[in-house]
Design a protein around this ligand. Structure first.
Ligand SMILES: [Zn+2]
Length: 165
């Protein structure tokens, strides 16, 4: 998006891509970036097109809007067309659960962060929890052996690097 757009054009553009670059999602992305995590966005080849994908840690993060994804916290269901929305949101919930199951079956860590958890009052606590979860994942995937490997095993590691076949 260039800066040459008028506010009206920008608004139209933003509403067309609703669901991308939402504010709660940006909170998580900026925090991750600041923590040194690197990620891809909206990876289409994965179930549910996750918002944030960290291949290195085999982790995906969904930042879900509470209304569309039917979070339990949501008490502001529209009074009109209530049945229509209820069905639509229920389908979203089922699709989310299905996609998450597919990802987990493929060995991905799936993290869901809800919009309401990123409200200013809860944000610090949520990011602290996210930090803990990610630390555990990083430990699980890190190869800590180089630091604890006994001396006598070092030649084996060196052998791996030689070009002989
Ligand atoms: Zn919520």
């Amino acid at each position: 998006m260039g800066d040459r757009m008028t506010p009206e054009q920008r608004h139209r553009c933003m509403s067309r891509i609703r669901g991308r670059d939402t504010k709660p999602e940006l909170v998580v992305r900026r925090w991750l970036w600041h923590q040194g995590f690197r990620y891809r966005l909206y990876v289409k080849s994965l179930p549910g097109r996750p918002d944030i994908v960290m291949r290195k840690w085999r982790t995906v993060i969904f930042v879900n809007g509470c209304f569309w994804h039917g979070h339990d916290c949501n008490k502001r269901r529209p009074a009109t067309h209530a049945e229509f929305w209820r069905e639509k949101i229920e389908r979203n919930r089922q699709r989310d659960a299905h996609n998450q199951a597919l990802l987990q079956a493929a060995g991905w860590h799936v993290i869901v962060v809800w919009e309401c958890q990123l409200a200013p009052k809860r944000r610090t606590e949520t990011l602290r929890e996210l930090d803990l979860v990610l630390s555990r994942i990083v430990l699980q995937h890190s190869d800590a052996r180089p630091y604890t490997m006994p001396q006598e095993e070092l030649p084996v590691a060196a052998e791996d690097a030689t070009p002989y076949q």
